[in-house]
Ligand binder design. Structure first.
Ligand SMILES: [Cu+2]
Length: 147
């Protein structure tokens, strides 16, 4: 046994290094009757996020509290690492938000058809993902559909 144990420890270490780190946790605030919000939650879960679902009675109050500028508004509002994720934002820009200290949040304003959780077979709409900087300015992080 004395010779087996170190081997097991190495195997365990390799396994842990190779597996995904603990799931990123995102809080999602949404209205009870919002179907596309649930579809976006499902999309996050499919991409490895752990979602804490919060059903709210007053989403505009929630958005105000979380610092979502009205021009960036959509349906649900997520919060990750203390920063907001407004609307049907793709995972690529959530990851970018997690890595950037200069952004207060990201948003996919409105409810663009073809964005994650808004795939209902309609023609895709062009939309932008906007980052809100600490200075209060909008930064275009991505254009969809990608060209
Ligand atoms: Cu929606």
């Amino acid at each position: 046994m004395r010779f087996i144990k170190p081997k097991l420890a190495i195997i365990a270490a390799l396994f842990m290094a190779g597996s995904a780190h603990a799931a990123d946790v995102i809080d999602v605030h949404r209205d009870a009757n919002c179907g596309c919000c649930k579809d976006w939650v499902k999309y996050l879960q499919d991409n490895g996020y752990e979602v804490r679902d919060h059903v709210e009675s007053n989403m505009s109050a929630v958005k105000q509290r979380l610092g979502v500028a009205p021009r960036l508004g959509s349906c649900h509002t997520g919060v990750i690492d203390g920063k907001f994720v407004e609307g049907h934002v793709p995972v690529a820009q959530i990851r970018e938000l997690q890595q950037r200290d200069d952004l207060l949040g990201v948003a996919a304003p409105g409810m663009p058809a073809g964005s994650p959780g808004m795939d209902y077979g309609q023609p895709a709409q062009a939309y932008q993902v906007i980052g809100l900087t600490a200075k209060g300015t909008d930064l275009v992080l991505a254009n969809y559909p990608a060209e």
